[in-house]
Design a protein around this ligand. Structure first.
Ligand code: 6PG
Length: 246
């Protein structure tokens, strides 16, 4: 099931995302005793992370039962300004009582194929999976690049067609570097996917992804369709300017 929620501005998108995070987290803890979330990177989610690090949201979350993963990472040290881990650490993780052992940072220094296998092993171990099973994250946050990429699944790359690995390390030609990323099957087995898309620079790509011809190799975000989970797009007025009326 896909839902598109349009809010006035980035702050409202972040507040709605915080409300939904709390809701999903409370339901997950009630149902299974824990809440597993995969964070997205880039710039958009930092507003959300800062909200969660403060009241009224902070005290509504059982941080000791929260397990934090990342959906993708850049090939930089965890201290680098471009690190998705560093952004989340500074905006959220340093400000909440999250046990260190509940934080599963993606390998990022150097990045080799073995790193994808080791992170997949971490996921299997946490979710107690055998080799045929996919993890069911309670929540995966995603953003949308202006080229239609999501996580680090970039257009026209092997990441779009990899339906067997959980995690992939691969060279992204347009970036001239490697990325590590969840693959589409991991995204699509999540219980909840929350896209956060804001700003006028995303208006064209959002309309292509949502209303345009289905071309997932060109627009990988179009291949995000949960098997039996819920997909919600939280978008602001600027990003939704080109969407068809609904
Ligand atoms: C990354 C992200 C990526 C991001 C989009 C949108 O590592 O860059 O995971 O998928 O969500 O590029 O980024 P912005 O939110 O900065 O526009």
């Amino acid at each position: 099931m896909t839902e598109i929620v349009t809010l006035s501005d980035p702050a409202s998108v972040a507040a709605e995302a915080a409300r939904r995070w709390v809701d999903i987290a409370q339901q997950s803890v009630e149902a299974r005793g824990s809440f597993s979330v995969a964070l997205s990177g880039g710039g958009t989610p930092s507003l959300l992370y800062r909200l969660l690090a403060d009241e009224p949201w902070k005290s509504q979350i059982s941080w000791d039962k929260t397990f934090v993963f990342w959906g993708d990472e850049r090939r930089v040290p965890s201290t680098h300004v471009d690190s998705n881990y560093r952004m989340a650490r500074e905006a959220l993780l340093e400000h909440v009582e999250l046990p260190h052992e509940n934080i599963f940072r993606m390998p990022s220094d150097g990045l080799a194929t073995g790193d994808s296998q080791s992170y997949a092993k971490t996921i299997r171990s946490h979710f107690k999976l055998n080799y045929e099973e996919w993890p069911h994250f309670d929540l995966i946050l995603l953003g949308l690049g202006t080229d239609g990429h999501t996580a680090s699944i970039f257009p026209g790359t092997r990441a779009v067609s990899d339906l067997s690995n959980m995690v992939l390390v691969y060279p992204v030609p347009k970036l001239n570097t490697e990325r590590i990323t969840f693959t589409l099957p991991v995204l699509n087995h999540a219980r909840n996917i929350l896209y956060l898309v804001t700003g006028e620079e995303k208006a064209l790509i959002l309309a292509e992804v949502i209303d345009g011809e289905r071309r997932p190799s060109k627009y990988p975000a179009q291949a995000v369709n949960p098997v039996d989970g819920k997909l919600v797009w939280l978008v602001d007025a600027a990003a939704s300017a080109n969407l068809k009326a609904r």
